[in-house]
Design a protein around this ligand. Sequence first.
Ligand code: DQA
Length: 137
Amino acid sequence: MKILILNGPNLNLLGRREPSIYGNLTFDEFFESLKKNYPTVELHYFQSNIEGELINKLHEVGFSYHGIIFNAGAYTHTSVAIGDAIKGIDAPVIEVHISNVHSREEFRHVSYIAPNSKGVIAGFGLQSYELGLQSFL
Ligand code: DQA
């Protein structure tokens, strides 16, 4: 099973960025442990701060991978183009968030990803990604 974890803007700063909300672990550290715990899954990871690069990645893997676990960061709340890209591909997408976006500012309650996703997982820290992975298994 081929799965992509796709991270959007500012998620390269995990471990340093607002640790009270996003924790102290870097994504690379978390990703290494995830790969060890799920050796039978072919796990890939891509992060970009650039909207078009995220769309290009969705197009690149969206017709051959089994699923995409996607944290679009702030683009979740703004990007019609990313929502359209998800609509245009075959691979199912799970929207994930580290924080519980629904307990935060109102602008974070809007998602252009959710209506085009198989499901949404938010508020479980980095474990949100693992729960997304388990849903594909
Ligand atoms: C986030 C929540 C978004 O609102 C925010 O812009 C992020 C991270 C999360 O994982 O909790 O960058 O997607």
